[in-house]
Design a protein around this ligand. Structure first.
Ligand SMILES: Cc1cc2nc3c(=O)[nH]c(=O)nc-3n(C[C@H](O)[C@H](O)[C@H](O)COP(=O)(O)O)c2cc1C
Length: 221
């Protein structure tokens, strides 16, 4: 599937069927996570058939159902850890989507994960996984002009990148980011100042922008 179609087809899904993730699918995800761990200097761990993390009051409150598989985004404490978890976590979310799975980023509405971490590591966020009872649905979105300086003269790759950024999941659907094109090919994106998980959101949004705009067309400023 084209990457833009994949991005369009992803929606948060919190209720899953009880269908297990087959071993060949699980292996593909784990192997991709290993690659991303190397690229992003992270310690991403994936759990299958582990119902305890979403068996908490918070998870029930968040209306999670059959959330028995999840990704724990973990890495050594550093200034850019949250942004890296957002960026590399979203690559995994899209891989899961490509493999026919559904997912949801979950900062608050989960219990204790089974992940093992070193003293200097932090569990930044969880991503639930499974076969959705539905594929999720469209939600409200800001517009291109709310979040960028796109005009009639903007290059096509830039507009495409912003469209993909608007389809990115953000905490409480806050979409607090602003893109600016500087010169022909320098792109700056800044997140808002107040809101939950802004740095994770920024990593996710940059991932979508890069995939749709094409890394060869621009450089981050
Ligand atoms: C960083 C982050 C944290 C999130 N935390 C939660 C959460 O704790 N509970 C939950 O039900 N959804 C959570 N979500 C899912 C968002 O509510 C969802 O992505 C947003 O409403 C946009 O909808 P979409 O993913 O269908 O595009 C989180 C999303 C992100 C990106």
């Amino acid at each position: 599937m084209e990457v833009f179609d994949l991005i369009k087809s992803r929606h948060s899904v919190r209720q899953y069927t009880d269908k297990k993730i087959p071993q060949n699918v699980a292996e593909k995800l784990v192997s991709y996570a290993e690659t991303l761990n190397k690229q992003g200097d992270l310690n991403i761990q994936i759990f299958f058939d582990e119902p305890n993390c979403f068996n908490s009051r918070m998870a029930h409150y968040g209306k999670f159902e059959n959330a028995n598989n999840y990704i724990a985004m973990i890495g050594k404490n550093s200034a850019d850890l949250e942004e890296r978890c957002g960026y590399f976590g979203e690559l995994l979310v899209l891989k899961a989507q490509e493999l026919g799975l559904n997912s949801c980023w979950v900062k608050l509405t989960h219990g204790k994960s089974a992940a093992k971490k070193e003293k200097d590591e932090k569990e930044v966020i969880i991503i639930s996984l499974g076969y959705g009872k539905s594929q999720g649905g469209k939600r409200k979105s800001k517009t291109i002009s709310d979040v960028s300086d796109v005009s009639d003269n903007s290059p096509e790759w830039y507009r495409r990148g912003i469209e993909a950024a608007l389809l990115a999941p953000t905490a409480i659907n806050q979409q607090k980011f602003k893109f600016e094109l500087k010169g022909d090919n320098k792109v700056s994106v800044k997140s808002g100042l107040v809101g939950p998980c802004l740095k994770i959101d920024l990593g996710i949004v940059k991932c979508h922008f890069e995939l749709a705009a094409g890394k060869e067309n621009f450089a981050w400023e």
